[in-house]
Design a protein around this ligand. Structure first.
Ligand SMILES: [Zn+2]
Length: 712
């Protein structure tokens, strides 16, 4: 996100940079540095230790545990927590008793893993602890999904909820269903079972997966979630060998791979699937013109659709196909501009230039043209390019001061009602015109008061209604918000549309075109070119004994237990699922999870993507502590915390995060760490950096609280 000051390298503002420097203690250049002045103690370490000591007077249990983390803090024990906090760095330097190598470091542990996975592949069944989420790695799908798509907080589950409670850890899963794969990884196979659709359990509707077993010579398919023995349809029958394995297993990706996609027949359609329609809404009101937002947006769209001229010239030069475009085949684009009126454009390839049609009915927006609004970006390339070139000049004559946002969104919804699609909307100022006009709600005094919650959420009936209607129609909205001069934009209300429809808000505080132009253009390009699906429904199923207790993320869930409805979903979007126990798990069986995302691809195919995850079940939670996925825990805690913004104060949310951290570390100390002197900080090996992440979370823009807080 852009910052305050203008600097020479685009959008890395001086001020923020300076602050970063102050916190950058880690010396990555010399991982095995000799005992010269150590790089110091990260701030988070000192403070979390203070909290921990205050909380932990309990007796250690389970002596002799082989599984323990760092205990570098002996000399700190006789100092008061406050002194320790202040003097951490100096003390380490003068006494030199803390081995700097022992101090947890996020960059260091990430780099060690990154180095390892430069040469190693991650086999998804053999290993029980995925690589850190932020490093590149190649996963080999062995029947368990790649951690790129799904990560469990615990890779071995305790058999009872009491054992889970002793860890204070959440049992959850982070899902990123359309996560990008990297070069060298096998693409997710797309399987076609014709009109019958993919085989499913008749009782619980779980899709076929590698953990379903065949019985009675291949005639029965036993569900891995509910154990129901299904009859195998004749067209799917294959005999089993003496060990009970289907003879054709190796040729069946759905029985071999954790992640598969199935083409689905008509009963899975809400409407006829078509290629994704992209609708660009461009603010052409006065501020947008003055701040040159319109130019940056037009350039960004051109760049997203056609790449730069240079790239293009190269492509054409080497004799390959004439530039195939950046969007998947079948996608179409449309352009709408708006100020106090909404302008549609006929972009038909048969025209010599785009035709503008003005829609002035803000109360009941409609679409003033049938044909030519959505066109193939390649066929209409000359028309679209010249329109994008001319828009800034064309609009500079009008100079309408106030944009009417909600009517424009409703017009976009009307245009996409029959197909669904993706809207990218640029806005330069608080939309103060027409129905759904917004007012300045934040007087800068809301911080830490009761109004805070209201400022961070919306009660606007118009925006809420449009958001739900968009989800139902399969429409998602990304916003590009340029808050010029640090102006208030009521992002809580505008952003609600993105939050519910599965979109995203890109914010440029203090938008300044010379600085932010490249960033904006790149982000538009990224939003357009990342894998995107629409009209999505999602459901997570799990083994008997467990149940889904909540979902956290951007979607519409009408009732508890209903499928999640998502307008659009793309490669960057993730959600958290929290599970609870409704019984005791059998330690002789594994626990299974399946996420199914039903969606329409950008090229217009209706598919289900199934993501299967398995975890062992153990008596007690010791094994769970050994297989904690720190990144998944951090992500679950963050998503849970952000879902509370509407009903808790920021202060309480921050306190909740701190408490959770203490509970987890204290739980470990009490139940799993063996015997240590009371002054020592004992961290589980896999949660070594956890308290630093939590400190980062508390200090993040989302939770730290600031004046004009609803803009960030
Ligand atoms: Zn079943």
């Amino acid at each position: 996100m852009g910052g305050l000051a203008v600097s020479s390298d685009g959008y890395a503002p001086q001020k923020v940079h300076k602050k970063k420097q102050r916190h950058a203690y880690h010396d990555l250049g010399q991982p095995s540095a000799p005992p010269q002045p150590p790089p110091g103690t990260p701030q988070g370490y000192g403070s979390s230790q203070g909290q921990f000591l205050n909380a932990g007077q309990m007796q250690p249990q389970a002596p002799g545990s082989p599984y323990m983390g760092q205990s570098p803090a002996q000399p700190m024990a006789h100092m008061s927590p406050a002194d320790r906090l202040r003097s951490g760095e100096e003390m380490v330097a003068t006494q030199g008793r803390v081995d700097p190598e022992q101090i947890p470091s996020i960059p260091r542990s990430r780099d060690v893993a990154a180095q390892y996975y430069l040469t190693q592949v991650y086999p998804t069944m053999e290993r029980h602890l995925p690589p850190p989420a932020a490093i590149p790695f190649l996963a080999h799908d062995q029947g368990n999904s790649s951690p790129k798509f799904a990560r469990l907080t615990l890779n071995k589950l305790p058999s009872t909820s009491e054992s889970l409670a002793s860890t204070a850890l959440p049992l959850g899963m982070i899902l990123q269903p359309l996560a990008p794969l990297q070069e060298g990884e096998q693409p997710v196979p797309v399987l076609d079972f014709g009109d019958a659709g993919p085989p499913r359990c008749r009782r619980c509707r779980t899709y076929i997966n590698p953990f379903m077993t065949f019985r009675s010579g291949g005639n029965k398919l036993v569900c891995n979630m509910c154990n129901f023995p299904n009859d195998v349809a004749p067209e799917y029958f294959a005999p089993t060998d003496p060990s009970g394995v289907r003879v054709d297993r190796l040729q069946r990706p759905e029985l071999m791979l954790g992640t598969c996609e199935f083409l689905v027949p008509k009963e899975y359609w809400a409407k006829e699937p078509v290629g994704l329609r992209w609708l660009f809404l461009i603010d052409v009101s006065q501020v947008s013109l003055q701040q040159k937002l319109i130019e940056s947006v037009c350039e960004g769209i051109r760049h997203a659709l056609y790449g730069d001229e240079l790239e293009e010239a190269e492509e054409e030069g080497d004799g390959t196909e004439p530039s195939a475009g950046k969007l998947p085949a079948g996608s179409k684009v449309g352009i709408v501009t708006y100020d106090k009126e909404v302008h549609f454009y006929n972009l038909s390839a048969s025209l010599s230039q785009a035709q503008m049609m003005v829609m002035t009915d803000l109360e009941e927006p409609f679409v003033p043209l049938g044909e030519g609004l959505f066109v193939d970006p390649q066929e209409s390339k000359p028309i679209i390019s010249s329109l994008l070139d001319q828009l800034p000049t064309l609009m500079s004559r009008v100079k309408a001061p106030e944009p009417a946002l909600l009517p424009t969104l409703n017009a976009a919804l009307a245009a996409l009602a029959n197909t669904g699609g993706k809207v990218l909307c640029a806005l330069s100022t608080l939309p103060t015109w027409g129905p759904g006009r917004l007012v300045v709600r934040d007087d800068g005094k809301g911080l830490d008061t009761d109004t805070e919650k209201k400022l961070l959420s919306t009660e606007h009936p118009g925006f809420k209604k449009t958001a739900s209607s968009m989800v139902t129609a399969g429409v998602g909205v990304d916003f590009f918000l340029a808050a010029t001069g640090g102006q208030y934009l009521d992002i809580a209300t505008i952003g609600h549309i993105s939050a519910l429809t599965g979109g995203e808000v890109f914010l440029y505080p203090n938008f300044y075109a010379p600085r932010d132009h490249t960033k904006l253009a790149n982000e538009i390009k990224h939003a357009v070119t990342r894998e995107t699906g629409y009209q999505a429904l999602m459901k997570v199923r799990c083994s008997n004994g467990l149940q889904v207790s909540s979902y956290h993320g951007n979607f519409l869930q009408l009732t508890f237990g209903a499928d999640l409805e998502i307008g659009t979903i793309d490669a960057d979007k993730a959600m958290a699922v929290i599970f609870s126990y409704d019984g005791k798990l059998d330690t002789k069986l594994d626990a299974h999870f399946q996420a199914a995302l039903l969606y329409t691809t950008a090229s217009g195919q209706r598919r289900v993507r199934c993501i299967n995850i398995v975890a062992g079940v153990m008596e007690g939670a010791m094994e769970s502590m050994r297989t904690v996925d720190q990144d998944a825990v951090v992500s679950v805690v963050a998503k849970e915390a952000s879902s509370r913004l509407a009903d808790k104060s920021l202060k309480d949310i921050r306190a909740g995060i701190t408490e959770k951290t203490i509970d987890i570390l204290a739980g470990y100390r009490k139940n799993f760490s063996g015997s240590h002197p009371p002054g020592q900080l004992v961290l589980p090996e896999n949660l070594k950096e956890f308290s630093m992440y939590m400190l980062g979370l508390i200090k993040s823009r989302a939770f730290k609280g600031m004046i004009n807080l609803s803009n960030y």
